[in-house]
Design a protein around this ligand. Sequence first.
Ligand code: NDP
Ligand code: 8X3
Length: 262
Amino acid sequence: MKSTLKNQWVLITGASSGFGAAAAKAFAAHGAKLLLGARRVDRLEKVAALAKKSGAAAAHFHELDVAQTASVETFVAWAKQKLKSQPLHVLLNNAGGAHGIDPVASGKDADWETTFQTNVLGLLRVTRAALPLLPHDAGASIINIGSVAGRTAYAGGSAYCAAKSGELAITRALRHELFGTGIRVGTIDPGLAETEFSHVRFKGDTKKAGEVYAGMNPLTAADIAEIIVWVASRPPHVNIDEILVKPVDQADVGKVFRRPEK
Ligand code: NDP
Ligand code: 8X3
């Protein structure tokens, strides 16, 4: 059966690693055309090359820092040129992450600011700039990546939990604002998934990052990519509003089943 994503344009933020890179590969397997953004352009180049090998009808990349309005505007202008008046079918707002795990009492301004700049303001900026590229009544989708952290707060997660709660609120507000346009809006909210997320959160401390997933089976980037593609390929009248997805070893944010080391 012909995929509904074949030759459709998909824009992915944070495509240089983790969910974004896996989503590029998964959309590529459906013959989509890709517009990839992140700060690490060397990584984007590799992701685009793999996407082409995996079946992408096109895979272009450009530097993007969602924390900078000028960078977002430059990126979206570049994307518009690549589209050559064709519509954007999927906007995947994935760029983000957590920075530090300090309690509020010892939290750092720089960590809080980066967390909000990427997960909240970046999402708003990219969406504002890309909205004119999304056609009405044509099955286009905005898919945002939230987190279990946006639904349940935990110690050390104040800024990140607040930011992902913000992502959920923005997703819900946007669904109201786009009511009647036929543009679909949804959020996918994963639990523990082993990507570069914890390396970033713990500022490169590999030991601490590894402990997050010790003795349990986390989600993989490919698991999330499969869900993203499924959401984007529902029939045009179907909106998948919100998906909460956790590893079976995670009953809740702080309740993780860990097998003893052998
Ligand atoms: P990764 O660290 O592997 O990927 C994060 C991506 O975001 C990278 O491509 C990074 O690219 C990009 N990014 C970060 N800051 C910016 C920026 N300022 N401008 C542009 N791109 C940026 O982690 P994940 O794949 O796990 O994270 C993807 C999303 O999923 C994030 O929003 C995260 O909060 C969310 N999430 C992750 C979970 C997990 O357990 N892994 C669970 C729930 C949600 P670059 O550094 O090259 O700019
Ligand atoms: C990432 C999941 O639980 O580490 O969003 O915050 S968690």
